[in-house]
Design a protein around this ligand. Structure first.
Ligand SMILES: *Cc1c(COP(=O)(O)O)cnc(C)c1O
Length: 249
């Protein structure tokens, strides 16, 4: 079995190759490992390999890791966020990637104002129109950017998407391409409080295609940390930690 640091090196090499194929600079692609279900020790291994930012899905699990690791790294929220949990993460995460409704953005605005800070966000786009996925429809995203950008304590920094799960990454190329087009359109619109700096797309199964199509941030879990599972037999200690995290969620 390969180690976390070896996996990170392999992912970085593949990102660099994808950049080579599309005449891009690898320095323009940020690796944001998705660290849900991973322990603080596993996150530390990735930090030791040079990773600076992690994406978390669940508020309670994030807060437990944040308690241990704090600002050893930066944190992004990448999972669906309930409005009643916004207060607990404002000021602790440097980016909320998963803003999927105007109501959620309004709550972030309110909590940011209360904390006396401004909060950077991405708008999540349901690029393939999947029933099961959160996010704005592509044709409502420009208007959403205008609305969220007008909120004084919220800055829209770009877009995020999770493309359909697939065995064939090529089948997501059209989705990445259309999100990149929308991203450029939003940047060109010159809206107040809106900039097109971060295009977060690409996961373990499809990140190379996403990078070829212009991704500036890939969120990768499995290819770095291995399959997500709860291996009581292999690692009782980790199993207990994960159970704690799961039960409190
Ligand atoms: C889990 C997760 C990822 C990473 O998924 P992998 O397929 O394990 O790379 C990326 N983005 C989001 C929003 C996730 O929840």
């Amino acid at each position: 079995m390969t180690s976390i640091s070896e996996n990170i090196e392999a992912v970085r090499a593949r990102i660099a190759e994808a950049c080579g194929r599309s005449s891009r600079d690898p320095a323009d692609v940020v690796l944001c490992p998705a660290s849900k279900t991973r322990t603080p020790e596993e996150v530390r291994e990735a930090i030791a390999a040079g990773v600076r930012v992690f994406g978390e899905n669940y508020v309670q699990e994030f807060l437990e890791k944040y308690e241990v690791l704090g600002d050893e790294c930066s944190w992004h929220m990448i999972g669906h966020l309930q409005r009643n949990k916004v207060r607990r993460i404002v000021g602790k995460v440097s980016l909320i990637q998963s803003v999927d409704s105007i109501d959620l953005a309004r709550t972030i605005e309110k909590e940011a104002e209360r904390a006396g800070i401004s909060v950077d966000v991405l708008l999540e786009v349901n690029v393939a129109g999947e029933e099961s996925k959160w996010g704005f429809a592509p044709n409502e995203t420009l208007e959403a950017a205008r609305t969220v950008g007008s909120m004084p304590h919220v800055n829209v920094k770009g877009l995020m998407t999770s493309a359909p799960y697939t065995e064939d990454p090529e089948s997501n190329r059209m989705h990445f391409r259309s999100l990149k087009r929308l991203f450029d359109e939003i940047g060109d619109a010159g809206l107040d409080g809106v900039s097109a700096e971060i295009l977060s797309m690409g996961m373990s199964g499809d990140y190379e295609v996403a990078v070829e199509e212009g991704s500036t941030m890939v969120r990768i879990g499995t290819a770095i940390f291995g399959e997500r599972h709860y291996p009581e037999k292999e690692n009782p200690e980790r199993h207990r930690t994960l159970q704690l995290i799961t039960n409190r969620r």
